[in-house]
Ligand binder design. Structure first.
Ligand SMILES: Cc1cc2nc3c(=O)[nH]c(=O)nc-3n(C[C@H](O)[C@H](O)[C@H](O)COP(=O)(O)OP(=O)(O)OC[C@H]3O[C@@H](n4cnc5c(N)ncnc54)[C@H](O)[C@@H]3O)c2cc1C
Length: 525
């Protein structure tokens, strides 16, 4: 049986980052259920392998492997129950299933949590040491590795520039968006979030930390689905995974890390029996339900057709204070623009041509940050089921979410109206019953974006699954390192925080578990 110091289950944002930091100090086995699409990183160009893969999965990227399967070429498709009024109807929650995980398919918006979030963590679980100050060096390290930067105005689209100035004129504080897209050529391809960037412009763990881990001797096994963490006498000793139909057991002498994501990690812990010793496994699911908003502008020189840029963001403002809705401008997903989505697949030349044909199109994406919803992941890795009741027994979104998303959409429309917009979808001027129904339908059919907190960190096992260092309260040598450990919902997209958590966790692993010294401040391993 092969043995390693550390086995990491899931090579996404959290697991991939951690692997890159600890591989210089230990023998590491990195396992991921999805394929590894390799080749040397070439930001703005892409490796042949990634170009081919991204183009091919575009052709059917939402098709599952078979009628019975809950997974497809590069994703898991988990059933998620979202409406109390319709308890038997499930929507599909898609999660990345590819080496690099969510970091390989996301939009690349890079935001840090707000101050209120750190207070929220303490309120939720009394977690120690999760403060803005203590996480600062970890954000900085991640931002250096992932080339996080703000784009100069010259490459903003015209709609974003005008949106920003009008919003500022209305007294809405607007911020330039930072991203981890480097040498992005604004090809239009990124208009479909959920698609790996084939030009390597998205700085994912696929092109940064995972190659670094491999360079330092880590063994990566892709298409390797971890079935369970092996536990003896309350101590994690290794894992059993299936690769090419063969069940393989590997031993971990020092640490097993569950980093299979906010749905995959509680499922893996449940398959390993940890749910029987800690009742918090899979509970406390938080998320950011969101809606895209499309508008039509007069004229055709807005250049919103050349890519999914999200140049700036603001919070929904009410009574002079930011509320719990985050708004990115100036483009929404094409999926809600019926005349685009129905006409052509979101890839390739025909797609780009079509986008060029509708240059009047702009929009925004709205995330509701702290709805009154706490969900749950139930079941093991073969069939986890998610409950996240965004809509209540009235059939509409729960009141806080509905009120905030409606107000957000009205605020976006007010800004676009001053830009001369002639139409919006969803349309805040529709009768309330229609408008509220459109918001509800979008949320309950599209899943819950940014799942987090299903194995949350906290002071005691009464409220949480892992401690401040992401180590299990109950099982020795077991760590969780991904979105699942976030103690409560945050006011930003989660990738930055997950990377910072992994950076902090890697310091703990290097010093406390491997007994080694950290590299000098400011350096990476
Ligand atoms: C379409 C989309 C757009 C997004 N846009 C942004 C954005 O712009 N900015 C931002 O900050 N965030 C964004 N996010 C969210 C962000 O990408 C995720 O929150 C983050 O990547 C999650 O990291 P993670 O480590 O928790 O899980 P993941 O990165 O999902 O990693 C989990 C990994 O575990 C693997 N896995 C699962 N189960 C098993 C198993 N049993 N055995 C082995 N491997 C397993 C999976 O294949 C996957 O690679 C987006 C997400 C999506 C889906």
């Amino acid at each position: 049986m092969a043995d390693y110091d550390v086995i990491i289950c899931g090579a996404g944002s959290g697991g991939g980052f951690l692997a890159g930091e600890i591989a210089p100090h230990a023998s590491v086995l990195l396992l991921d259920a999805g394929p590894h699409i390799g080749g040397a990183a070439q930001p703005g160009v892409g490796s042949d392998e990634r170009r081919r893969f991204s183009t091919q999965i575009n052709l059917g990227h939402y098709l599952p492997d078979s009628l019975e399967s809950n997974r497809g070429r590069a994703f898991f498709a988990y059933p998620m129950y979202m409406t109390v009024a319709n308890p038997i109807q499930a929507t599909v929650q898609r999660e990345a299933r590819v080496v690099g995980g969510g970091s390989f398919i996301n939009v690349g918006a890079w935001l840090r949590p707000r101050l209120v979030d750190w207070d929220g963590f303490v309120e939720a679980t009394e977690v120690d040491g999760w403060t803005k100050e203590l996480f600062e060096p970890h954000f900085q390290k991640a931002e250096q590795i992932f080339h996080v930067h703000r784009d100069p105005r010259e490459v903003w689209n015209k709609a974003s520039v005008l949106y920003e100035s009008i919003a500022l004129g209305m007294g809405i504080p607007v911020f330039e968006n930072a991203s981890n897209r480097f040498h992005c050529i604004y090809c239009g391809h990124r208009l479909d979030a959920g698609m790996p960037c084939k030009y390597d412009a998205l700085m994912s763990t696929t092109v940064t930390q995972i190659p670094k881990a491999i360079e330092h001797g880590a063994v990566l096994h892709d298409n390797a689905t971890v079935q369970r963490i092996d536990i003896e006498n309350h101590r994690a000793t290794g894992v059993t995974y299936v690769r090419n139909g063969e069940a393989i057991t590997a031993r971990a002498n020092k640490l097993v890390v569950a980093s299979a994501g906010a749905i995959g990690t509680p499922a893996l812990l449940s398959s390993s029996g940890v749910n029987h010793v800690n009742d918090n496994v899979g509970r406390h699911l938080r998320a950011h339900p969101g809606i895209p908003m499309d508008v039509l502008l007069p004229g055709d020189d807005w250049n919103t057709d050349r890519g999914y840029q999200w140049n700036c963001f603001h919070f929904l403002m009410g009574n002079g204070e930011p509320q719990d809705t985050l708004i990115f401008a100036s483009a929404g997903f094409p999926a809600v623009t019926p005349w685009v989505a129905s006409a052509v697949g979101t890839y390739g030349r025909s797609y780009k041509d079509l986008m060029r044909k509708f240059p009047q199109r702009a929009g925004a994406f709205l995330f509701n940050l702290k709805p009154n919803v706490k969900g749950r992941v139930v079941g093991g890795i073969e069939g986890p089921v998610i409950q996240y009741y965004a809509a209540d027994s009235s059939g509409l979104l729960e009141p806080k979410m509905l009120g905030e998303l409606a107000a957000g959409a009205r605020q976006v429309w007010d800004i676009y109206r001053q830009m001369g917009a002639i139409a919006a979808f969803p349309n805040p001027n529709d009768p309330a019953s229609v408008f509220h129904q459109s918001l509800t339908l979008f949320v309950v059919t599209s899943g819950a974006l940014h799942p987090q907190s299903t194995c949350r960190a906290g002071r005691s096992r009464e409220t949480s699954v892992v401690d401040t260092n992401c180590m299990s309260h109950d099982i020795e040598n077991l760590m969780c390192c991904d979105a699942s450990v976030i103690p409560d919902h945050i006011s930003s997209n989660p990738n930055a925080l997950i990377m910072a958590i992994a950076s902090r966790a890697s310091d703990f692993v290097i010093t406390e578990i491997l007994g080694k010294s950290l590299p000098p401040a400011g350096g990476t391993s």
